[in-house]
Structure formats: structure tokens, C-alpha cells
Design a protein around this ligand. Structure first.
Ligand SMILES: *Cc1c(COP(=O)(O)O)cnc(C)c1O
Length: 360
């Protein structure tokens, strides 16, 4: 065939989702995609059922009700909110609108894989900069920025490391970028950090900062595909030009809104996650497994070497516990483990203890 895709497309390695099944093992717990172990709130489930009889209707194109709810809950300007099919779609819009052939998109060593994928899909050049001890290094990011840089992606807190940069570092990064680049703060895990605004104040302070958020993590709606972005009017206006008018269906819009307004459930999920994350971190540390303090709904468990991480992954799988290998994120000695419910956390610790004792 002589029809060729655009340059860069064939360089994209397909995104690998978290595994969900193990052959021959029943009672499997999926801890590989940072999903909310308690599922979506009952209010969200009711909203989803209620919409079933309306599926013949096209959805609104302006997402006004969902944007108004987002603005009210977070104290933002609804006119500067854009909604997408997951925050992945907002990342795609940003690359499509701001980065093309000859332009550079900067992200960090262990950064979320969608940044590279979306940059390549837009024909831009991905530029990866080193981290320091699994934490974003502001100086390294600034050193990687050139006059060709159009976008800098930072997840805060980060996936798959779980680490977080303090506000001062983010300000220093934003201040150090040239005017020709946008800083994108990916706040997919912001709700797991008590009192954190996900980067909203940075957006308010600078036209060059964009924040992305998602309903896939604490809201337990990964299967629905809803995310949003917040930025300067000019930027959001640009993104809306590349957004398909019907990118979100009515079930997604109504269900996300109901989930957002159920604040009691969000608080419950946040406190359970914090409690179980602390317990899991301490139990694994006691077993001699390296765990950085996590600001997310997962922990990164570091083993002595890649072979031990692979062997532990295989053992966990044999016990019906599916976690995430992160060798593709340049962390071959580590496994990313979602903080599940209490029984799942106990099973993980029990299995890793058995594994470590079997090794000894
Ligand atoms: C899970 C995750 C997202 C969310 O993706 P959606 O498309 O909203 O499901 C975004 N960024 C990071 C770093 C994530 O881990």
C-alpha cells in the first residue's frame, strides 16, 4: 500500500491498559488502573439509569450544566472550563491545537504515557527530561525547554511515581518558561490531596497555565470517559475549535454532574484512601519494600531489582492480585499498586510477605 500515515504516527507505541483477568484464577482483584475500589456513587448510578429513555436525543454541544457544576464546586469561571472524553481528550486537543511538526512537547522521565502519544499523533517532537529520585526536577525541565517548546506536561501528583511537587516549585517552573510555551498541570489525582486545588490558582495567576482533571479516578467513572480542562479564555477558545460538538454523550454529562455534586461520597473515598494508603505503605516498608510517600490512590513498590519485581508480579497474579508493571515508565524494579479496599490491601500485603519469605 502506498498510502502513508502522517510522520510520527508509526512511532506511537500502543497504550497498554491495566490487565483485568488472570487465566484460571477466580476471585481476581484488579489493582492495575487506579480505579476507585468503591465504584461510582449511588447518585451517579441513578443519574445514569435515569437517562436511558433519552438516548435518542443528541446531547448539548456546550456542556453548560456540567461546566456550571464544576465551576460551582471548585470556585472557577464556567466559561473557561472545557469538557472532554476523559482528560486524555483534553491532552489530545492541547497537542493538536498547539504542537505540530517542528514543535517540541516536553514531559518527564517517568511521565504519563499519553503526553508522548498525543505529541507524536500531532506530528510534534516529544522531548523527555530526567527526574530526580522519581520526582519531577524543575531545573531539568527548564533545561529541556527551547524556543521550539510549545507544551510542557507535568502530572501533579504524578503517575506512576505518586510523588508531588510543592506549589513553590510549580510557580518557579511556570515563571521560567518562555512565552511561547504552555504549562499543562495534569491534576488527575488532585482530589486525593487534602486542600489541594489541582493547579487552579496557577491558572488564575498566569494565562500560560492549563489544568486538566478527570472523573476517572476518585469519582469512579473511568468507564464513562469524562474529564475537563481549565485555562485562559483564549486557550479554551482554541481548544473548543478542535473539539467535536458532540464529544460527550448525555449519559456522560448527567452522570458526571451527579457524581460531582455528591460531595459526601468524595470525602468518604478520600479518607478511606488516605487511611489504607498509609497502612499499605507502612506494611510494605516493614517488609523491606521501598515505597515513596504517595499523594495518590496508588503506591509504587520498589524491589531490589527488575527480576524480583517480575517474580513478585507473577506471584501476585497467581494469587489473583493484578498490579501494574511499570518497566515502560523506566521503572523496571517497581510495581504500581492501586490502593484497593481494606480486604484487597490485606491480600496484597499478605501475598508480598509470602513472596518475600519464600525468597529468603
Ligand atoms: C488516569 C490519568 C488520567 C486520566 O485519564 P482519563 O482520560 O481522564 O481517564 C490523566 N492523567 C494521568 C496522569 C492519569 O494517571
Amino acid at each position: 500500500m502506498s498510502v502513508r500515515p502522517q510522520p510520527g504516527i508509526l512511532d506511537i507505541a500502543l497504550y497498554e491498559g491495566g490487565q483485568a483477568h488472570v487465566e484460571g484464577v477466580a476471585d481476581v482483584v484488579k489493582l492495575s488502573s487506579n480505579e476507585n475500589p468503591f465504584g461510582p456513587s449511588l447518585a451517579a448510578q441513578e443519574a445514569f439509569r435515569r437517562i436511558a429513555g433519552q438516548l435518542h436525543r443528541y446531547p448539548p454541544t456546550d456542556h453548560a450544566d456540567l461546566r456550571a457544576a464544576i465551576a460551582a464546586v471548585h470556585g472557577l469561571d464556567a466559561d473557561r472550563v472545557i469538557c472532554g472524553a476523559g482528560s486524555d481528550e483534553i491532552i489530545t486537543f492541547l497537542c493538536q491545537a498547539y504542537a505540530g511538526p517542528g514543535d517540541e512537547v516536553v514531559y518527564t522521565e517517568h511521565g504519563f504515557s499519553m503526553y508522548r502519544i498525543s505529541a507524536l499523533a500531532a506530528g510534534a517532537t516529544p522531548v523527555e527530561v530526567p527526574e530526580r529520585a522519581r520526582t519531577v526536577d524543575v531545573d531539568a525541565v527548564l533545561a529541556g525547554v527551547t524556543e521550539r517548546t510549545r507544551l510542557v506536561f507535568i502530572a501533579n501528583p504524578a503517575n506512576p511515581t505518586g510523588t508531588m511537587l510543592p506549589e513553590d516549585d510549580i510557580s518557579r517552573l511556570a515563571d521560567g518558561l518562555p512565552e511561547s510555551a504552555l504549562l499543562v498541570l495534569d491534576g488527575a489525582y488532585a482530589e486525593y490531596v487534602e486542600g489541594f486545588d489541582g493547579g487552579a490558582a496557577q491558572v488564575e495567576a498566569r494565562n500560560s497555565v492549563v489544568m486538566t482533571r478527570t472523573f476517572s479516578k476518585i469519582y469512579g467513572l473511568g468507564g464513562l470517559r469524562v474529564g475537563w480542562g481549565y485555562g485562559a479564555q483564549e486557550v479554551i477558545g482554541v481548544l473548543n475549535r478542535v473539539r467535536g460538538p458532540f464529544n460527550l454523550g448525555q449519559p456522560a454529562l448527567e452522570t458526571a454532574r451527579a457524581a460531582l455534586l455528591d460531595r459526601g461520597y468524595v470525602t468518604y473515598c478520600q479518607s478511606e484512601n488516605a487511611r489504607l494508603r498509609a497502612w499499605l505503605t507502612e506494611a510494605l516498608t516493614d517488609l523491606g519494600v521501598g515505597v515513596d510517600p504517595s499523594s495518590t490512590n496508588f503506591i509504587l513498590a520498589r524491589f531490589d531489582n527488575p527480576a524480583e519485581a517480575d517474580a513478585c508480579d507473577a506471584y501476585l497474579k497467581s494469587q489473583g492480585l493484578i498490579v501494574r508493571k511499570v518497566a515502560g515508565y523506566k521503572l523496571p524494579e517497581a510495581l504500581r499498586i492501586t490502593v484497593g479496599d481494606e480486604s484487597a490491601c490485606r491480600r496484597v500485603v499478605h501475598a508480598i510477605r509470602q513472596f518475600r519469605e519464600g525468597q529468603a
